[in-house]
Design a protein around this ligand. Structure first.
Ligand SMILES: Cc1cc2nc3c(=O)[nH]c(=O)nc-3n(C[C@H](O)[C@H](O)[C@H](O)COP(=O)(O)O)c2cc1C
Length: 211
């Protein structure tokens, strides 16, 4: 089959695009407003997009019920920082609960029963129970095209300035991420869990170096 997303002509009840770009890692973003109120929300339009320096992005799209911009976006821009917490299988219900639409100033972390602990460098705290947290300094926002001006699409970039890793994930000098069992977003209401991996070495080029 072939369809054009802008025409909505897939013939399927639900546009399948988000079921095709999978699995999408979940950036579980903690932030604070200028009064210090903590906000926590998952974003699957999220990734690491550079590594020298390390840069991550998350993409808030749409608005809150009252038509205002999402709190994570406002907070990252206002305070100049955010933290990416790893969403794991053990924390799946809490992660999901933090996607609830709460008014600005009400903490999703508290509502989900999650303890937050101070970060080392940036103002927003991190999720204590999450085995990995990336402290990020806000870099810039890029406003993307939208088909509905009332539903803006923005990408927020952040410079990773600090990395927390639970020591229990480190085996023989490497992170064994299967110990954390990260979850990732698929289409519809489906998730994947990373609990197995396989290794492949890249082919060496003619001069023996890797590209
Ligand atoms: C697994 C998961 C992934 C999500 N990914 C996104 C996303 O990439 N972009 C987005 O705008 N909303 C996403 N949402 C919805 C937001 O988490 C939700 O709108 C949240 O209320 C935003 O919170 P905030 O206003 O506190 O920033 C996702 C929800 C879940 C459960």
């Amino acid at each position: 089959m072939f369809y054009e997303p802008r025409l909505g002509n897939s013939g399927l009840a639900i546009d399948p695009l988000k079921a095709l770009v999978v699995p999408r890692p979940i950036g579980w973003i903690s932030s604070v407003d200028l009064e210090g109120c903590v906000n926590l929300a998952p974003f699957s339009f999220f990734n690491l997009v550079a590594d020298s320096p390390p840069i991550v992005m998350f993409a808030p799209s749409g608005t809150k019920a009252d038509g205002s911009r999402k709190d994570s976006l406002n907070n990252a821009e206002a305070v100049g920082a955010f933290v990416v917490n790893l969403a794991t299988y053990d924390l799946r219900d809490e992660m999901n609960a933090t996607s609830a639409r709460l008014p600005a100033g009400e903490s999703e972390a508290e509502a989900a029963g999650l303890e937050m602990v101070p970060s080392s460098i940036v103002a927003p705290p991190r999720v204590k129970a999450s085995p990995v947290a990336l402290e990020c300094r806000y870099l810039q926002s890029v406003v993307l095209p939208t088909l509905d001006p009332a539903q803006p699409n923005t990408v927020v970039f952040g410079d990773v300035v600090g990395v927390h890793i639970d020591e229990g994930l480190i085996v023989d000098g490497r992170v064994d991420i299967t110990r954390a069992r990260p979850i990732a977003r698929m289409g519809y209401s489906l998730y994947a869990v990373i609990d197995q991996t396989f290794r492949m070495s890249r082919p060496a080029s003619a001069d023996g170096r890797l590209d």
